[in-house]
Write a protein that binds this ligand. Sequence first.
Ligand code: ATP
Ligand code: MG
Length: 203
Amino acid sequence: MTADKAAADRQHKARTAKHKEAVDKRIAAANVDKGLLLVVTGNGKGKSSSAFGMVARTLGYGQKAAVFQFIKGKAEVGERAYFARDPNMRWERCGEGFTWETQDRDRDIAAARAGWEKAKEALSDPSVHLVVLDELTYLVTYRYLSLEEIMPAIEARPAMQHVVITGRAAHDALIEAADTVSAIRDVKHAFRAGIRAQQGIDL
Ligand code: ATP
Ligand code: MG
């Protein structure tokens, strides 16, 4: 080994040791357990699939999860077929469709409201470890539901219950209330190259 390499190795070791020490300190300091509110928003692909990944994690520990899909046009996904086999899974498809499909705003509102009533049940049940409110942001954007109705139910949920909200253009009030917020950036999407939705990837 050359003297140069030995010096570089020592420097690398010292640097990584210092980094580890800083990370360990931060890990030790993060000692609070709490039901989290997460928002996954942005125009890029990966919002709902991220939420459903957390459902898999939850079910993996034998805990209960509930998913409320508020937009039916996007509702048929492989995760539902798979997770439905688990007795700890509650999976509700709430939407009647979406405005440009149903062309019927009153029906959309009624479906959204009925879905929200079911979601509120889960949000008051301490045995449910994780609640996913998939595409909830659109209900706010299209004024199917108001934040005055949504926020109190989320804030009053059981202390250890986690909630994930997905959808584009999350309202500021949701972002403010959340503990963790990810905005997925749309860099590229295959759809724009004329590729249709692929099983296992898009649905
Ligand atoms: P996913 O369910 O794949 O995680 P998502 O929840 O982030 O996607 P949605 O807006 O709910 O995105 O749309 C779901 C469907 O639309 C999926 O088929 C996804 O691949 C597709 N999609 C998501 N983002 C884009 C985009 N920027 N351009 C085109 N299609 C998209
Ligand atoms: Mg989605």
